[in-house]
Design a protein around this ligand. Structure first.
Ligand code: C2E
Ligand code: CA
Ligand code: CA
Ligand code: CA
Length: 279
């Protein structure tokens, strides 16, 4: 018994050492990747349910490492947060997304919105407002061409100052989306106090729409509630026709998911745009 436990403990240490070693390697690689411009932004369309027109894109970061292969942002964004690398990386994301939005505006898509995910550290950074203003000036877009996706948990640590930050962007004309809605501490009472424009229903609810009656009710209720509060609703993770039809029937404002398109390169996104409006 004792020996078995001892073995377990030593395996545990081994695993931990491996995990620490892995993290060190990844941190080093990430620093190099940022310095070396190895990271790219991909874009996933947000479409109108009735026409299929693309009204916006969510920018999602991609990292293809020569040796390690594809590394998910779900893995390296938290690491960038931890190590402080999120500051330069986050700035690059905003500047690059705005630059690309500027390209699309120049092509005539003047109403398009490009959404950027903000990480918690970025949201409370004193430089954020300046970086966003810079990105708008440099790219020649309107503030309304830019959208910020934030999560509930980012707002809950310091509600009052979060509201001030959001109001500042909102006054400028930048839209704010509450991402992963329904997964956080449901702060329904805050919803009316946050100066947000859009709720994004988390894909965990969308996934079971057709098979789980409770999820269907939850989604329908979120849409109704959002509309009552004057908010737009985007459903993420739409993968099937059934899900699409359900959400369309419930008057969900915008849909996003593999059913329409995976996140794609800027070049492919431009092709999707041209096709979306040519019919
Ligand atoms: P998120 O903001 O909730 O992004 C949505 C995720 O769902 C993306 O994963 C997207 O590729 C994926 N997705 C879209 N449609 C579907 C679908 O139909 N089915 C399924 N199963 N998945 C779908 P991704 O790109 O791996 O990003 C994961 C998370 O990493 C994001 O979640 C976001 O929290 C973070 N992230 C990604 N890019 C950035 C970024 O540029 N900055 C920051 N701060 N975070 C980012
Ligand atoms: Ca998002
Ligand atoms: Ca989301
Ligand atoms: Ca999510």
């Amino acid at each position: 018994q004792a020996k078995a436990l001892g073995e377990k403990v030593s395996y545990f240490h081994q695993d931990m050492n491996l995990a620490i070693e892995h993290k060190k390697q990844l941190t080093k690689a990430l620093n190099l990747a940022v310095a070396d411009n190895q990271l790219k932004l991909f874009y996933q369309p947000k479409v109108l349910p009735d026409t299929g027109d693309i009204v916006g894109f969510e920018a999602l970061i991609r990292w293809q490492h020569e040796e390690f292969g594809y590394i998910s942002p779900a893995e390296f964004i938290p690491l960038a947060e931890e190590t402080g690398l999120i500051e330069p990386l986050g700035e690059w994301i905003i500047l690059e997304a705005a630059r690309q939005a500027g390209e699309w505006v120049k092509l005539g898509y003047t109403e398009l919105k490009v959404a950027v995910n903000l990480s918690p550290k970025q949201f409370i950074s004193a430089r954020l407002a300046q970086v966003i203003s810079e990105s708008i000036e440099n790219s020649g877009i309107q503030p309304s061409n830019l959208e910020l996706e934030i999560t509930e948990s980012m707002l809950m640590e310091n509600v009052e100052s979060a509201i001030l930050v959001m109001e500042q962007f909102s006054r400028q004309g930048i839209n704010i989306s509450l991402d992963d809605f329904g997964t956080g501490y449901s702060s329904l009472s805050y919803l009316k106090r946050f100066p947000i424009h859009t709720l994004k229903i988390d894909r965990s609810f969308v996934a079971q729409l057709a098979s789980d009656n409770d999820d269907a009710k939850i989604v329908a209720t979120i849409i109704t509630m959002a509309h009552t509060l004057g908010l737009k609703v985007v459903a993420e993770g739409v993968e099937t026709k059934e899900q699409m039809l359900f959400l369309q029937g419930r008057r969900c404002d915008q849909l996003q998911g593999y059913y329409f398109s995976r996140p794609v390169s800027a070049l492919e996104a431009t092709e999707l745009l041209n096709r979306s409006f040519s019919n």
